[in-house]
Design a protein around this ligand. Structure first.
Ligand code: SF4
Ligand code: SF4
Length: 444
C-alpha cells in the first residue's frame, strides 16, 4: 500500500458518501442505469455500496468490483445532483482501494506496469507507437490485413477498432512540430500547448492544426519540453500514485514558462489537468503549484472564442451535429464554446441531438475492456445521431471521435456521415486544412 490510511473509511472517502440523500435524481442521467436497469449500476447504488463497505457492512470489497468497473466515469450524475455529491472523488478512491487489494496475475501486473509506467508517460514510446501505426498504414500491411480477413479473428474486438484508426503522420512530419509558433497579426495571448500521449501518437495532425488555429487567432504557442501524459488513464484504473507523479512532472515542466493559458484539445485530458489541484490538495509543497496550473488550464475552444473565434470561409452548405465530451461537459463545464464556434461558420447548420449530454460509451478504454456494455450505450447514442440527419458528427475528445467513427461503421452510415474533431472541422472551414473526404451523399 502506498498511502498511509488509518481506516477503510478514510481510504474510501466515507465523508463524501454522506452527502448523497438517495433522492435518485441522478438515475435518468446515468447511461449504465438506463441500459442495464440495475440499482447497483446507478450512481446512487454505487455510492451506497461504497458507503456500506466503509461502514463494514460489506466485508469483501470485491463485491464492488463489477458495479465500479462498469461505471463509465462520465460524471453526468455530478452535473444533475442537487446536493453536490462529488461522485468522481468517491469513484476514484474506491477504484484505488480495489486496485491496492487486487491479486493480478504476474502477466497482468507486468502489463499494467509496462503500460502505466513505461508507455503512456514516455514521449519516446508514444512516438514509436505513432510511427509504427504510420508504417503499418503506408507499408501496405494494413491493406493486406483488411483484405485477408485476419482482422476478424483478432481478440477483444480489436479488428473493429482497427477499421476506425485515424490516418497518422510520417515520422519526419512528427519531428517537425514547432517548439514555438508566433501569433499571426496582433498578439493576444501566450499559450502553452498540451500535446497529450494518445493524442500526440494517434492524432498528431489534430495537434498540428490546433497550433495553427491558435496562432491564426492571435496566440504565441509554446510546445513545452518534458511534458508528459496527463495521468487520466492511471487515475481511472485506480493507479492514483502514478497519476500524482505525472501531474508533478507536468506542473514542473509548464511552470518554467510564463504563459496566460495551458491549452489542450482533448476533453478527457483537460478534465484531468483541471483537477490537479484536487489530486495534490493533500501535499503542501504541491497544492499551490497545482492550483495555479489548474487555473490556467483551458480547452482550445475557450481560447479560440476568447480570441474572437475562427474566420470560416463560405464553403459547402452542411448540416452537422455535436457529440459532447462528458469530461468537458461534466468536469470542465465547457459547453457553450464549441457550439458558438460551429454556429459562427458560414453555411453550417448545427442540429443538436436528443440526450446530447449522454455518454457515447467510449470513456477512456471502457470500449475495449467493457465492449458489450459500451456498444449498447453506443447503439443508443447512434439512434439520436441518425435522427439529426447530419453529415458530419463533431467531437472534442479522441475517444469520442473513435467511438463515433465506430458507431458510423456499425450503422453502415459511411456513405452519408463522417466524424471529425472540432479542430479538424474548424481548420477545414478556415481553409487551413485540406477537407477530409466527404460522405458520398453530402457531396451533391
Ligand atoms: S448522487 Fe445526488 S442525485 Fe444521486 S441519489 Fe445521491 S443525492 Fe440524489
Ligand atoms: S459516472 Fe456516469 S456511468 Fe458512472 S454512475 Fe455517474 S452517470 Fe453513471
Amino acid at each position: 500500500m502506498n498511502e498511509p490510511f488509518t481506516s477503510l473509511r478514510e481510504e474510501l472517502r466515507y465523508e463524501k458518501t454522506n452527502r448523497c440523500v438517495q433522492c435518485g435524481y441522478c438515475l435518468p442521467a446515468c447511461p449504465t442505469f438506463l441500459t442495464m436497469g440495475k440499482e447497483t449500476h446507478s450512481p446512487r447504488g454505487r455510492i451506497n455500496l461504497v458507503k456500506m463497505a466503509a461502514e463494514g457492512k460489506i466485508q469483501d470489497l470485491s463485491a464492488l468490483e463489477e458495479p465500479l468497473d462498469l461505471c463509465l466515469g462520465c460524471r453526468a450524475c455530478e452535473t444533475v445532483c442537487p446536493t453536490g455529491v462529488e461522485y468522481g472523488v468517491i469513484l476514484e478512491s474506491a477504484r484505488a482501494a480495489l486496485a491496492r487489494r487486487k491479486k493480478y496475475t504476474v502477466a497482468k501486473k507486468a502489463m499494467r506496469s509496462f503500460l502505466f509506467k513505461k508507455v503512456f508517460p514516455s514521449r519516446k514510446a508514444m512516438n514509436l507507437l505513432g510511427n509504427a501505426m504510420w508504417l503499418y498504414e503506408k507499408s501496405g500491411a494494413q491493406k493486406l490485413a483488411r483484405k485477408s480477413g485476419l482482422l476478424k479473428n483478432m481478440p477483444a474486438h480489436l479488428g473493429e477498432f482497427e477499421a476506425v484508426l485515424p490516418q497518422t503522420v510520417s515520422p519526419a512530419e512528427r519531428s517537425r512540430l514547432p517548439r514555438f509558433t508566433p501569433a499571426q497579426g496582433e498578439k493576444k495571448y501566450t499559450v502553452a500547448f498540451f500535446v497529450g500521449c494518445v493524442m500526440d501518437a494517434m492524432f498528431h495532425k489534430i495537434n498540428q492544426l490546433s497550433i495553427q488555429l491558435l496562432a491564426q487567432v492571435g496566440c504565441d504557442v509554446i510546445v513545452v519540453e518534458n511534458q508528459t501524459c496527463c495521468g487520466a488513464l492511471h487515475a481511472h484504473a485506480g493507479e492514483v500514485e502514478d497519476s500524482k507523479q505525472l501531474a508533478k512532472r507536468n506542473i514542473e515542466a509548464f511552470e518554467r514558462h510564463d504563459v496566460d493559458f495551458i491549452v489542450n484539445n482533448a476533453g478527457g485530458c483537460g478534465a484531468m489537468l483541471i483537477e490537479y489541484d484536487h489530486l495534490l490538495a493533500d501535499e503542501p509543497q504541491w497544492a499551490e503549484r497545482a492550483r495555479q496550473f489548474a487555473q490556467k488550464t483551458r480547452d482550445i475552444s475557450q481560447v479560440l472564442v476568447l480570441c474572437g473565434g475562427v474566420q470560416g470561409k463560405a464553403g459547402r452548405a452542411e448540416r452537422v451535429t455535436y457529440q459532447r465530451s462528458c469530461h468537458m461537459t461534466n468536469v470542465q463545464k465547457v459547453t457553450r464554446e464549441p457550439l458558438q464556434l460551429i454556429q459562427s461558420l458560414p453555411n453550417v447548420e448545427l442540429v443538436e441531438m436528443e440526450e446530447a449530454n449522454m455518454c457515447c460509451g467510449s470513456a477512456g478504454i471502457y470500449n475495449l475492456v467493457q465492449y458489450d456494455a459500451s456498444m449498447e450505450i453506443l447503439d443508443h447514442k447512434m439512434k439520436h445521431v441518425k435522427d439529426t440527419e447530419a453529415t458530419t458528427v463533431i467531437t472534442t475528445n479522441p475517444g469520442c471521435l473513435l467511438q463515433m467513427k465506430l458507431g458510423i461503421e456499425r450503422e453502415k452510415l459511411g456513405d452519408r456521415m463522417r466524424a471529425v474533431h472540432l479542430v479538424e472541422y474548424l481548420a477545414e472551414r478556415a481553409g487551413i486544412a485540406e477537407p477530409q473526404p466527404q460522405p458520398v451523399a453530402s457531396q451533391s
